[in-house]
Write a protein that binds this ligand. Sequence first.
Ligand code: NI
Ligand code: MN
Length: 227
Amino acid sequence: MATTLRWLGHGTWSIETAGQTILLDPFLNESPTSPVKADAVEADFVLVSHGHFDHVADAAAVANRTKATVVANFEICEWLTKQGVKSTQPMNLGGGIDLPFGRVTMTLAHHSSVMPDGTYGGNPGGFLLALEDKKIYFACDTALFSDMKLIGAAGLDVAVVPIGDRFTMGPADAVEAIKLLAPKRVLPAHYNTWPPIEQDAKAWAARVKAETKAEPIVLEPGGTIEL
Ligand code: NI
Ligand code: MN
């Protein structure tokens, strides 16, 4: 069965694979660019990369309504449990777990992580999803780091990287990241949500084409690709 990847704006993605829906970093109701509200998304699993509001904002509401299992670091799972979330899969950097759709590994991210109420949010992370026949890496919020080469050694079908600059790597470092990750295809995220992270994704895609072997795919919020 084909896997589809839908961008819901900012750092939010919906992945359909093996009959399961995975929602990454749900930031919907308060997002200026999300095409859907939190009460209209489906999820069997909700993945949360770190504690910032623009990644965790709707996690509890979606998980509570859909009965989805939350996959996040230990501290975020504890925090969401206090918000009524019944099912969690706590993990931490470098660890992997096997779920019905495949294996999820929490990867390094150079960023920060505190919950919206000031609670310590553990370490920020990214996610490597090893699905039945595809490997997808979500860098999530991070700076460029050379260990991306190790993540790329897994052989990536798709990488999703931030290009917004200011809070994460920007377009130039995102091109360097792609050289290290060497994915077949790459999609940009975490840009054009607000003026401080405005970027020209088309210009970035032209650089990716010229300087790397990856195929850049620029979606509009709500846009989908099939893997
Ligand atoms: Ni963040
Ligand atoms: Mn963010």
